[in-house]
Design a protein around this ligand. Structure first.
Ligand code: COI
Length: 354
């Protein structure tokens, strides 16, 4: 069946926020895209004015947490063109997540056409100030009203958009991260490798506790020994030790970030040695004591490349590179954002013009 996306334009367009202080996720654009799955098939997507969703109070998303989301950005290049960054990877991850949560994901053509058309319709919402983008939030929820514990028969795939600046602030700023030992994010065989809303719900208490101590986010360790690093709140994490870049390998408990993969490929192109392997907090502390830990940084769609200036662990505080962004994080940020904002040729075909 050919995909035909209908568009109902809003009659009351919103006033757009000033581009210099967007923050993250505070504003929503004028429209949203909706596409339903029922009777074992996907219907046609439609773009309608942004607004509340009609939802059965018995919907499986509300009771049993059948909810997945993606995060992706549309960038306005210096040539004025709007480009998405590696959108197929988001579709692939949504599909894997749907499999794990026994949900139905939209097929690739519906996902891709929906994202492209929606971005075109909202293109006046793609900001052009430095470091800004239109953040897209594709979301998949179980909508059937039924209280027995089994997968929903009905789903809603929807996309909303938010003009954003930096996640932590403007530009590339070093953040403070708390290494969490009390709570766990993910366990082997669990859902840590997929972008389930529940993973974020279970992370909130630790994040609130870390905030009270003055940290922006938490760094998660493995759930059985609390020794090996997994990821940071909204980012995958990289350590530069003795000139080598080390990031935890994906063992089924870590989110396979689109920016993580892009970072590994970019670092290799920059001539860096990258190791994907287990890295313990003891190894990090020892490297710090010997003066070999020169940089720590996180990567994510929302967070871009975020250097970590300080790690708090038990009663210790570790300051990295005097709390300032290091040279590898800076070069990586410049290289990736040059591709995203069309300042540099996209040799790997990562961007998609809409
Ligand atoms: C993203 O980087 O897109 C994320 O999903 C992080 C988000 C939860 C803020």
């Amino acid at each position: 069946m050919p995909i035909e996306i209908s568009v109902e334009k809003t009659k009351t367009p919103k006033t757009q926020p000033a581009p210099d202080n967007l923050g993250f996720g505070r504003y929503f654009s004028d429209h949203m895209l909706l596409c339903e799955y029922a009777n074992e098939q996907w219907g046609q997507p439609r773009i309608v004015p942004y607004g509340p969703l009609p939802l059965d109070p018995g919907a499986s998303v509300l009771h049993y947490g059948q909810a997945l989301f993606e995060g992706m950005k549309a960038f306005r290049g210096e040539d004025g063109k709007v480009k998405l960054f590696r959108p197929q990877r988001n579709w692939a991850r949504l599909t894997q997540g749907a499999e794990r949560l026994a949900m139905k994901a939209p097929p690739e053509d519906i996902f891709m056409e929906s994202i492209k058309k929606f971005t075109q319709v909202e293109s006046n919402w793609v900001p052009s100030a430095k470091g800004t983008a239109l953040y897209l939030r594709p979301t998949l929820i179980g909508t059937e009203g039924f209280l027995g514990v089994r997968p929903s028969n009905n789903y809603l795939f929807y996309v909303i958009a938010s003009p954003v600046g930096g996640y932590y602030g403007e530009g590339i700023e070093a953040v403070k991260i708390w290494v969490e030992k009390k709570y766990s994010r993910s366990a082997p065989g669990g859902i840590g490798a997929v972008k389930a809303g529940g993973n974020y719900a279970s992370s909130l208490l630790a994040a609130v506790d870390a905030k009270k101590k003055g940290y922006s986010q938490v760094m998660w360790l493995d759930s059985s020994q609390h020794r090996f690093v997994e990821e940071v709140g909204t980012m995958n994490v990289f350590f530069v030790i003795d000139g080598k870049v080390i990031t935890p390998d994906l063992g089924g408990t870590i989110l396979p970030g689109v920016m993580r993969d892009s970072t590994i490929q970019t670092l290799k192109m920059m001539g860096k040695t990258v190791e994907e392997r287990k890295i313990s907090i003891d190894e990090i502390l020892m490297a710090q004591e010997r003066g070999l830990l020169t940089e720590v940084f996180g990567t994510g769609t929302a967070a871009s490349v975020s250097p970590v200036g300080q790690l708090g662990f038990e009663d210790r505080t570790i300051t990295i590179n005097d709390g300032r962004p290091g040279p590898i994080a800076r070069e990586l940020y410049a290289t990736l954002t040059d591709i995203q904002y069309s300042r540099k040729a996209d040799e790997l075909g990562w961007t998609l013009e809409v």
